[in-house]
Design a protein around this ligand. Structure first.
Ligand SMILES: Nc1ncnc2c1ncn2[C@@H]1O[C@H](COP(=O)(O)OP(=O)(O)OP(=O)(O)O)[C@@H](O)[C@H]1O
Ligand SMILES: [Mg+2]
Length: 332
């Protein structure tokens, strides 16, 4: 599709930003490759929006540099940065049709009307809203409005597409549907995407790479599998998925709940212990079993079986896992 614009690489170097005494960004460095889908993941207040706004040019920074396609964008005004933005509250113009909403950015750039029409049609087709061009935003569902916001950002053929929790206001099913759409769009337009979320599942699903932020710093950046399977420390292990820390022979070891076996399934495990059953809950794809050992709570996600269903709180059960599934985590 001709809307494709090859994305540009983004290089964030030792970025610092304080609001008064609050340190919002504390020496952030991040390399985002051209065309990459990179997610900034982190708890509320970790600095995600501040970093995104710094790239967009809506926020100044006190220290460091941001390079786009190798050039320092510090001196480049917002209007000259070819960057598309989508926010959580998509803020469409309520009195303008979908087409006019999408056309707005191009009108601001004083593009000839014919070209605008073509581009708008193309952008609407990308987000599957061709039939909705004449509607007003209030005549659309939340998910459709969000897609208009996306079309509005894509229509300018941005080198970089910045999205700040764009699906936060949507219910789970719709969010999943649009996540799939976003993956498809990213493949189609080729822009570099910097996406902000505090939802770890969303980050795992969407991203080529995730940068996990905490207190204005990047704790670890890597592919979803790198962060999940080889977390740099306990914070990463606990933020991305769940993690058990089990005391074995005076040492703390880390194991994901889905790697823990309970009951007769432990026969095939090379590590076996005993634990007390706390609770057993059916969660659809299986059971979530809470266990206790030496005063520490452990979680196990196990396949549904009559044996597990019959477990009663207080009972002692075998608990097992494979040595190869133990994660090597610095305790920092
Ligand atoms: N305009 C501002 N004035 C003062 N402090 C601010 C301002 N904007 C952000 N901060 C502070 O900077 C820190 C980082 O804020 P930021 O908005 O980047 O977090 P975030 O990761 O996007 O959080 P959330 O998930 O809640 O959106 C927070 O401690 C916040 O209180
Ligand atoms: Mg934010």
């Amino acid at each position: 599709m001709s809307i494709a614009a090859l994305g540009k690489a983004v290089s964030v170097r030792s970025l610092g930003k304080s609001y008064g005494t609050a340190r919002a960004l504390d020496g952030v460095s991040l390399e985002i490759a051209a065309g990459e889908f990179c997610t900034l993941l982190g708890a509320s207040g970790s600095g995600k929006t501040t970093l995104l706004k710094s790239i967009a040019g809506f926020e100044t920074y006190d220290a460091g540099q941001i390079l786009v396609g190798g050039a320092d964008i510090g001196p480049v005004p917002v209007s000259k940065r070819n960057i598309g933005m989508v926010f959580q509250n998509y803020a469409l113009f309520p009195h303008m049709s979908v087409r006019r909403n999408v056309a707005f950015g191009l009108e601001m750039r004083q593009m000839p009307k014919r070209d605008i029409d073509d581009r708008v049609s193309e952008a609407l087709s990308l987000v599957d809203l061709t039939a909705y061009g004449e509607r007003l935003p209030r005549q659309l569902s939340g998910g459709q409005q969000q897609r208009v916001a996306l079309a509005r950002a894509l229509v300018i053929r941005p080198d970089i597409l910045l999205m700040d929790e764009p699906l936060g206001a949507l219910d789970k099913n719709l969010r999943q549907a649009i996540q799939i759409e976003l993956k498809r769009l990213h493949a189609a337009v080729g822009a570099t995407v910097v996406y902000v979320t505090h939802d770890q599942e969303e980050a795992l699903f969407l991203s080529d790479r995730i940068a996990l932020m905490d207190k204005g710093r990047i704790v670890q950046a890597g592919t979803p599998r790198e962060l999940y399977d080889r977390p740099a420390n306990r914070f990463v292990a606990g933020f991305l998925g769940e993690c058990n820390f089990i005391a074995v022979d005076g040492r703390q070891i880390a194991v994901r709940p889905e790697k823990v076996c309970v009951g007769s399934r432990t026969d095939s495990c090379d590590q076996r212990l005993e634990a007390r059953v706390g609770s057993v809950n059916f969660i659809g794809r299986g059971f979530r079993v809470m266990l206790e050992r030496d005063g520490i709570e452990l979680a196990a996600l196990v396949d549904a079986s009559d044996e597990i269903a019959a477990l009663r709180p207080g009972a002692t059960v075998p608990l097992g896992f494979m040595r190869g599934d133990v994660m090597d985590i610095a305790s920092a």
